[in-house]
Design a protein around this ligand. Structure first.
Ligand code: HEM
Length: 394
């Protein structure tokens, strides 16, 4: 497609976040390059129906915190007709606050901490199992089974279908074919509808059952609303921690000094988790512009799609000194790996607990580990960028 008339020619750049070769070689290097190429922190890609891309931390935060202009009513690029509502992401303030408050207690830090023993046990089990082999493909051996099993337990889903469910979530988020993405969304919705009905008959101590007693403005949730929450839990819970953990383990594998520091002093792991989330942020979320708007000198038109790249924002040298370096005691602004503003991630506590336990157990259980030189990592693009394969040796 051609760019619309209001887009200045110098800001047009062909970039397909689903198939871009440089992104699939090293996503963070690619987003850092895009940031450097467009010092104004914004450009327009004609790929995927046409959309702006925000590459500076400042523009990212401004958009994320101004939902009346940057609406999350559409969070897909290209903007498909959205038959599937995701609650609370697709709801704008002020209604958003009510929908978020209805589920916030289920995500509270104290509640999340009750999962620590199960996470410890499973981490030890998975990592001890591969230790004698001297090598592993980390994504399938640890990064997938750990957070996915914990999530399935939390939601009350059958563990034996874990790989099938992950495949639905990954395809729904990353397929280059919009009809395939929709087909997988439909599979998830149909499956979750059955689970919701089953849980209504036999409620348990899981997050889906807790939705039956949640209220919006004093009324119980409608079935469609419960379905929309569940679809988001499924998409958000099955793929994100897997990718965060894989990017973090990949970094650790290149830094034996950091591994040794963790072995000697596990108390530094929470700082490692934060810096790994910043250095390797991997979500590309989207917003739709609600009215013609002057965005700090750039004219946006009503209906324009805008991609907010966490990776580009967190590698912006104007926000983070030497952003490519891995620095544990960084001063300065907070990273936006979990976004900022009204839609900041509700699962952040759980994610932090899982990552902390996984990195600690990895360093304490394995001897010094490295990247396998013969089998390079395989990356995926899309709205949740990730690693499909990560081969480690020790
Ligand atoms: C390292 C792991 C994770 C990362 C990097 C991450 C990142 C994000 C980001 C960037 C958003 C904002 C999306 C937007 O504004 O369009 C978000 C929202 C959300 N995340 Fe996460 N997430 C992670 C793990 C989880 C987990 C495990 C759950 C549990 C189900 C979860 C549940 C949610 C929910 C419910 C929202 C919507 C919040 C709202 O709209 O108010 N996330 N997440």
């Amino acid at each position: 497609m051609n760019a619309p008339a209001h887009v200045p020619a110098e800001l047009i750049y062909e970039f397909d976040y689903l198939t871009d070769t440089a992104l699939l070689t090293d996503p963070h290097q690619r987003f850092a390059e895009l940031g450097a190429r467009f010092p104004g922190g914004i450009f327009y890609s004609t790929a995927n129906g046409g959309h702006w891309v925000l590459t500076s931390y400042e523009r990212f935060c401004a958009a994320a915190r101004t939902p009346e202009i940057f609406s999350s009513n559409k969070v897909n690029i290209p903007p498909t007709e959205q038959p599937f509502l995701l609650i609370p992401i697709n709801i704008d303030p002020p209604e958003h606050g009510h929908y978020r408050a209805a589920i916030a207690p289920a995500f509270a830090p104290a509640k999340m901490r009750t999962m620590e023993p199960a996470i410890e046990e499973l981490s030890r089990e998975l990592i001890t199992a591969v230790a004698p082999d001297g090598h592993c493909e980390f994504v399938s051996a640890v990064a997938e089974p750990l957070p996915i099993s914990i999530f399935m337990r939390w939601v009350g889903l059958p563990l034996e279908r874990r790989l099938e469910f992950r495949d639905w979530a990954v395809t729904a988020l990353t397929s280059t074919e919009p009809p395939v993405r929709m087909e997988n969304m439909l599979k998830i919705t149909e499956f979750m509808s059955e689970v919701i009905e089953e849980r209504r008959q036999h409620p348990g101590d899981d997050i889906i059952s807790s939705l039956f007693s949640a209220e919006i403005d004093g009324r119980p949730l409608k079935t469609e609303e419960i379905q929309a929450y569940c679809l988001l839990f499924f998409l958000a819970g099955l793929d994100t921690v897997v990718n965060a953990m894989s990017f973090g383990a990949r970094h650790l594998a290149t830094d034996h000094d950091l591994q040794a520091r963790i072995r000697n002093n596990p108390d530094i792991v929470p700082a490692v988790v934060e810096e790994a989330l910043r250095r390797y942020s991997f979500v590309n979320t989207a917003r739709v512009v609600t009215r013609d708007y002057d965005f700090d000198g750039i004219q946006l038109a009503e209906g324009d799609m805008v991609m907010l790249s966490e990776a580009a924002a967190d590698l912006d040298p104007n926000a983070f000194e030497n952003p490519q370096d891995f620095i544990l005691d960084r001063k300065g602004p907070r990273h936006v790996a979990f976004n900022t503003g009204p839609h900041a991630c509700l699962g952040a506590h759980l994610a932090r607990i899982e990552l902390t336990i996984a990195y600690r157990t990895l360093c304490q259980t394995l001897p010094a580990f490295s990247l396998c030189p013969d089998r390079p990592a395989v990356f995926t693009g899309g709205s949740v960028m990730g690693l499909r394969e990560l081969h480690l040796i020790w």
